[in-house]
Design a protein around this ligand. Structure first.
Ligand code: FES
Length: 590
């Protein structure tokens, strides 16, 4: 049956280099030598109840687990960690589970994006400071895979991602519900008076039916797929539904595989190169993936020392068709995508646009991993000559208010808004916008361009997902469901609409976007990749000279570090100090 064929069944390869000897393992310096410190290390493992046979001469595998009671997308990761451990033991390794910060997209405020870099730092230092030879990275909810991968790349030990996997389809009155997308849709229906409070509460009970990540092509599904396209998961692992038994088996297989990767010294720098990054961007575009992936892929590439500019996403978008008919750009959900063949089949179909020679965690090439994978539903994973859209899902726009770029998921917007000219209605803050859109007397038409400032990396802070600005109430009641919206914020990958995001530089640091005023005319032309404020250049210069920086609240601790070091959206929002190739030496043990 297709389900089994879509899972991780590809044999893994032998060594690319000669195998390491036990005394060449990183952990040997902690556990293998004979001195005062190693006595302490071994005696403390014996204290836990391990025998010397459990660890002597074996690769130590860190299972970095982002499980938490407050992260429903990762509710199964405790069990999955046990399954990874089983695989590690089977292959002759020594597994150690290392809890790490769980970035729960729904609950963390103001945004998990504020903490992605903290998870990356935690991951890097968990590895560096301890006797870890390689890691299995357990995560999936939005910022988790980027944070884990960024940290593991900087740490430089062999790493394999075991994605959390998408939850099952939502269900309401016999119909299908999709994470996020149907939340926004039915919220507007409730605001418009087309469904009742009771309906809304029923939807609340039906939209998230199992553990696992959002099951639309949101940031989680996109980044799990990106991790696989980069070569960091077992073949097909990214699309297995979290509640499918194949998911548990993939966890065990990931545990077995990491042990071999350690002996083979298959480190991230041997997997990640410019071609692998192009593969990831190609997949993001052909899936109609989340705009957030642009920021994360920029950060991941730069961690690996691979130069990557925003323009590359647009270059690839222009030549790659969108062939996954998955919400929010299409109709189906991730469970359906898996039954249609999953990512292996998708990659096989996309093969003409991929570099199949890239090495992956299997030790084999991407081409070998996907060979023979079949598509079982051409409506969902489309043939290249019958795409959902002839170009990729995300475009990069530039203009006088976004000199360093902005992005738009054009595939999820009303096509008539892809070329638009209208008056700006400007909000300086989220609170101002949120109050205004509910006012019955707000002077707004469907032709207006809603503008939200001060929601970027510094202004948010953390660049919250406010970019899908609500349609003003009076327009919702009149049946309007999409209009042009521009912000320096991000938006959820499950969102949709003519939302122009990630405007750089952001308003909060004095980018020209700060100068837009209510009543100005804004032009958007997606075909020309143009975002233009139609005012005289001298007037724009005058406004820039008169711009006064917003008062900055005093921040301490992590907030202060974030404010001092985070980069703009077009650079990936990483910390400037983390992009620099390794500066912290291997710890001395004395
Ligand atoms: Fe966790 Fe969407 S809330 S993936």
């Amino acid at each position: 049956m297709a389900i089994a064929a879509n899972a991780a069944t590809v044999d893994c390869e032998g060594p690319l280099r000669s195998k390491k000897r036990p005394d060449e393992l990183r952990s040997h310096r902690w556990l293998g030598v004979s001195n005062l410190r190693s006595f302490g290390h071994r005696s403390r493992l014996l204290q836990i109840g391990y025998d010397r046979e459990d660890f002597a001469g074996k690769p130590v595998v860190g299972i970095i687990n982002t499980w938490s009671d407050i992260n429903p997308c990762h509710a199964h990761l405790r069990t999955r960690a046990d399954e990874v451990k089983r695989g590690v033991w089977q292959a002759g390794g020594f597994p150690l589970e290392l809890p790490a910060m769980s970035l729960s997209e729904n609950f963390m405020k103001p945004t998990t994006m504020l903490y992605r870099n903290l998870l990356a730092m935690e991951t890097e230092e968990l590895i560096r400071s301890q006797p870890i030879d390689g890691v299995v990275l357990l995560g999936g909810c939005d910022k988790t895979i980027p944070g884990l991968l960024m940290g593991a790349i900087s740490a430089g030990v062999p790493a394999i991602v075991m994605p959390a996997g998408p939850m099952l389809r939502g269900n309401w009155r016999g119909g299908v519900l999709g994470s996020g997308s149907d939340t926004w849709k039915y919220w507007d229906e409730l605001r418009a008076g087309r469904i009742t409070d009771d309906d809304w509460h029923e939807i609340e009970g039906g939209i998230a039916r199992s553990f696992g990540t959002c099951m639309t092509m949101g940031t989680a599904a996109t980044m799990m797929s990106v991790a696989e396209a980069l070569g960091f998961t077992l073949p097909g692992a990214s699309s297995i539904p979290a509640a499918d038994s194949a998911h548990a088996r993939a966890a065990g297989e990931s545990g077995r595989r990491i042990v071999e990767m350690i002996w083979d010294d298959l480190t991230p720098d041997r997997i990640l190169d410019a071609a692998a990054v192009d593969n990831a961007i190609t997949v993001q575009q052909a899936l109609g993936g989340s705009t957030n992936a642009i920021i994360h892929v920029l950060a991941i590439a730069r961690r690996a020392g691979i130069p990557l500019q925003l323009e590359r996403f647009d270059e690839i978008a222009r030549r790659v068709p969108l062939i996954a008919d998955v919400r929010p750009s299409g109709r189906f959900l991730m469970e359906d995508f898996y039954y249609a063949g999953g990512l292996r089949a998708f990659l096989n179909r996309l093969a003409p646009f991929l570099d199949l020679a890239c090495i992956t965690v299997t030790g084999r090439t991407l081409g070998e991993n996907i060979a023979g994978a079949q598509v079982w539903n051409d409506e969902l994973i489309r043939p290249l000559d019958n795409p959902v859209f002839s170009e990729g899902g995300t475009v990069v726009l530039r203009g006088n208010i976004a000199p360093d770029g902005a992005v738009m998921k054009s595939s999820a917007a009303d096509p008539r808004l892809l070329r638009h000219r209208g008056p700006a209605l400007v909000f300086e803050s989220y609170d101002e916008m949120a109050a205004a859109v509910e006012r019955e007397d707000l002077e707004v038409t469907a032709d207006h361009v809603l503008v939200l400032k001060n929601a970027g990396p510094q202004g948010g802070p953390g660049m919250p997902e406010w970019g899908m600005l609500p349609i003003p109430l009076r327009l919702v009641r009149a049946g309007v469901r999409d209009m042009v919206r521009i912000s320096d914020a991000r938006m959820s990958g499950t969102s949709y609409g003519a939302c122009i995001l990630h405007v750089a530089p952001e308003a909060y640091v004095g980018g020209p976007f700060a100068c837009v005023q209510t009543g100005d005319t804004i032009e958007v032309d997606v075909e020309l990749r143009r975002l233009h404020l139609d005012i005289d250049e001298r007037e724009l210069a005058r406004r820039r000279a008169a711009w006064v920086a917003p008062a900055r609240p005093a921040v301490s601790g992590y907030g202060a570090i974030f404010a001092a070091h985070v980069s703009q959206a077009d650079s990936g929002c990483d910390f400037d100090v983390s992009e620099i190739p390794k500066t912290i030496a291997e710890p001395e043990i004395h």
